[in-house]
Design a protein around this ligand. Structure first.
Ligand SMILES: C[S@@+](CC[C@H](N)C(=O)[O-])C[C@H]1O[C@@H](n2cnc3c(N)ncnc32)[C@H](O)[C@@H]1O
Length: 206
């Protein structure tokens, strides 16, 4: 389903609510709570991370979301915080910031859907300060062979039905090979069996 339609965005938000109640909410709290300074959130979607930022630590939040139906649903969540949030309708493959601009970049459930993850990670690296942190929560390719095979089979369908979502992306490996050092990594075996595991953590310049 395309998130670019009103129904697609509503459906995503409905599923997101269930996911947040099950395990994503506490995970968002843990990971997003580490954001500080100038923050760029890529693929901010319906703003499900917004309630978890600490207004006292975050100076300014740029919410990058090319899909206006998703961004529209994020506005009430932004209004419910004390954060300074600016929405930008940009593509994470070409971020409108100078080199070394951000203290924190946040990507949650995004790297599975972007067209060119290597290009996005290269942009993230470019805009992060030398001391900057990439905070992430992603579902990734399983290392259990049977589950990974299932994910390979199902990915052509989820790409069609779920806005280009790849179940079989080895995102943490991609983060590493894009020139980041993984500082902290936690694996969570929760959620739909075909989407496991989720991995959450912090990366910095290698
Ligand atoms: C699965 S949603 C996740 C939304 C949110 N981060 C969350 O945790 O609920 C993925 C989002 O990434 C956005 N997206 C996809 N490709 C993108 C790109 N190249 N640049 C920026 N955002 C992108 C989609 O429009 C969508 O809103």
């Amino acid at each position: 389903m395309s998130y670019a339609t009103e129904i697609g965005a509503a459906f995503y938000d409905f599923l997101g609510e269930a996911g947040d109640r099950a395990f994503m909410g506490p995970l968002r709290r843990e990971v997003i709570g580490r954001a500080q300074g100038v923050v760029v959130e890529i693929g901010s979607g319906t703003g499900r991370n917004f309630p978890y930022y600490h207004a006292g630590k975050v100076n300014y939040l740029y919410a990058i979301e090319p899909n206006l139906q998703m961004a529209r649903r994020a506005v009430p969540r932004a209004d419910g915080t004390d954060l300074l949030i600016e929405f930008l309708e940009d593509d994470a493959e070409r971020l409108p910031f100078e080199d070394g601009f951000a203290d924190t970049v946040v990507a949650t459930l995004v790297m599975c859907t972007v067209r060119r993850p290597e290009a996005v990670l290269s942009e993230v690296k470019r805009i992060l300060k030398p001391s900057g942190k990439l905070l992430f929560i992603e579902h990734v390719r399983s290392d259990e062979p049977w589950r990974a095979t299932l994910q390979d089979w199902a990915t052509p369908l989820t790409r069609i039905w779920s806005a280009n979502c790849h179940l079989n992306r080895a995102t943490i490996d991609l983060i590493r090979t894009s020139g980041f050092r993984i500082e902290d990594l936690r694996r969570i075996n929760a959620g739909a069996p075909w989407m496991r595991p989720f991995e959450a953590g912090v990366a910095s310049h290698a």
